[in-house]
Design a protein around this ligand. Structure first.
Ligand code: NAD
Length: 471
């Protein structure tokens, strides 16, 4: 087996372990597990030097049980077919877990973005979107990409514009991609959503009294020491919300090395320092650790991988000291590391649940694009008027006047950001307790990951069972 076949095989292993707890027919399980469409394509890019370079790209649609399919696009020199397949499969299970009505998909372009100029990146992104459009692999009712490793709002805006150019007059065209800038049909809170969702997931887990007792940790997020690997979109925002929620970010590990401060690091200061110097090393007040991978083995309460897959293996798992693994990245724990963590009694909060905040808010963005109105626009002032009326009644009843600051905080009416955050919080809390229930109610389910896969299998199987199979 090639090393590159591993990631999809790893997802399959987890799936198979969970499938043992069901009695669905083998054929149905095979269908849920399989990637429905794998599109691999090459296209030419004219470099600024005038040379032509062939670019390798993929889009994988894992499951068509619900449409559109949904999943990010990754730009990395390490992208390979089985990785995109694995990530697409994880998207199917993730969407099912958080009741987002999409099938799973993923895309990838095999490039190191740093090696391309801005206009080269724009040309290759637009060509990628054009190739997908030509093959009916892109569209608000077909397949809706989003950012992933190496891509962000900028690329999503180029994709939306390219799709619109091929579909003049299509009213819902902006819904062909999510993670766009707010000024181009994006939704407030999408950029932070995965990190914010990780914070909600960790907060819920830390509030489980019995689980914290079992781990020998105090209840609550306050003072929990966190190691973060990867200070990109997911790692940065997760660090920010967890720190604001009372946790201490004691180590940040990036490509160039790691830094440590037992009293707590500020992610914003580290990002600024890295931007200015090209490395997190040398941040004032912190100790440098040259070996970034070794930094993951330091003592902490929570370890938050937010870079790439395959971080924890049979080799390093025995040395990991964290009590909780919060899987911000997709697939950081290999099936060889998983039993080691289980045996050590660690709590692994699995990727397909805890990093689902991104796709949840992408769903909200898609809804916003289809409804063509900002969340809160119709009701904000109406609700504010109701809240002010309520405050007036309280003032008259109690004889106490609210201060201007209290009035502003208590009667503001929800705006888009409030509604998005509230929808995300509700989703993450409900999905967490659903997982716990599945684990507790199914004899033999060893951990939350297998509970998550099991719950996802049940939900996708229900779709096939209720809808039937065409023709
Ligand atoms: P990103 O490109 O914004 O950031 C990734 C960061 O990881 C970069 O800062 C990079 O320098 C760092 N990194 C790379 N290799 C590293 C290493 N060996 N050690 C330490 N740091 C390293 O990507 P992202 O969007 O934050 O995605 C990170 C992970 O989260 C990926 O696995 C992705 O699939 C997953 N994810 C992302 C989203 C999302 O909404 N963006 C949603 C769910 C899951």
């Amino acid at each position: 087996m090639s090393a590159q076949a591993n990631f999809f095989d790893q997802v399959t292993q987890y799936f198979n372990e969970a499938a043992r707890f069901t009695d669905y027919p083998k054929g149905l399980l095979d269908q849920i597990r399989a990637c429905n469409s794998v599109y691999r394509f090459d296209f030419p890019l004219r470099r600024n030097s005038g040379e032509i370079e062939v670019i390798h790209a993929w889009r994988v649609q894992h499951s068509h049980h619900k449409l559109p399919v949904k999943g990010g696009i990754r730009y990395s020199p390490e992208v390979y077919e089985e990785e995109v397949m694995a990530l697409a499969a994880l998207m199917t299970y993730k969407c099912a877990l958080v009741d987002v009505p999409f099938g799973g998909a993923k895309g990838g372009i095999k490039i190191e973005p740093k090696d391309y100029s801005l206009d080269e990146l724009e040309r290759l992104t637009r060509r990628y979107a054009a190739e997908l459009t030509k093959k009916s692999f892109l569209g608000p009712g077909i397949d809706v990409p989003a950012p992933d490793y190496g891509t962000g709002e900028r690329e999503m805006a180029w994709i939306a514009d390219t799709y619109a150019a091929f579909n003049p007059g299509q009213l819902d065209a902006l819904g062909c991609v999510t993670g766009k800038p707010v000024t181009q049909g994006g939704v407030r809170g999408r950029k932070e959503a995965t990190g914010r969702g990780l914070f909600f997931a960790l907060r819920e887990a830390c509030n489980e009294t019995d689980e914290m007792k079992r781990l020998g940790l105090p209840r609550g997020l306050d003072g929990k020491r966190i190691i973060v690997q990867g200070l990109g979109n997911v790692g940065y925002h997760a660090a920010k919300f967890c720190r604001e929620g009372g946790a201490l970010i004691t180590v940040i590990a990036e490509r160039e090395g790691a830094i440590r401060n037992p009293k707590g690091l500020n992610e914003e200061a580290v990002v600024q320092h890295r931007r200015a110097t090209g490395s997190p090393l040398g941040v004032p007040g912190a100790t440098d650790i040259a070996d970034s991978r070794a930094a993951l083995e330091l003592e902490c309460d929570v370890l938050l991988p937010a870079a790439l897959e395959g971080v924890f293996t049979a080799e390093n798992a025995p040395r990991i000291q964290a009590k909780i693994i919060l899987e911000g990245a997709n697939g950081p724990t290999t099936p060889e590391a998983d039993p080691v963590f289980r045996q050590k009694g660690m709590l692994v909060i699995p990727d397909i649940y805890c990093n689902a905040g991104g796709v949840t808010v992408s769903y909200f963005e898609w809804l916003k694009n289809l409804s063509h109105v900002r969340f809160g626009r119709m009701q904000k002032r109406h609700e504010q008027a109701n809240e002010l009326g309520m405050l007036k009644v309280i003032e008259e009843t109690t004889g106490r006047k609210f201060t201007d600051a209290e009035r502003a905080a208590l009667a503001k009416g929800p705006d888009e950001q409030d509604l998005v955050n509230s929808g995300l919080e509700e989703t993450m809390i409900a999905a967490f307790h659903e997982l716990l229930n599945v684990q507790r109610q199914t004899t033999g389910v060893p951990d939350l990951r297998i509970a998550a896969f099991l719950n996802a299998i049940h939900k996708v199987a229900r779709s096939y069972t209720e809808l039937g199979i065409f023709p």
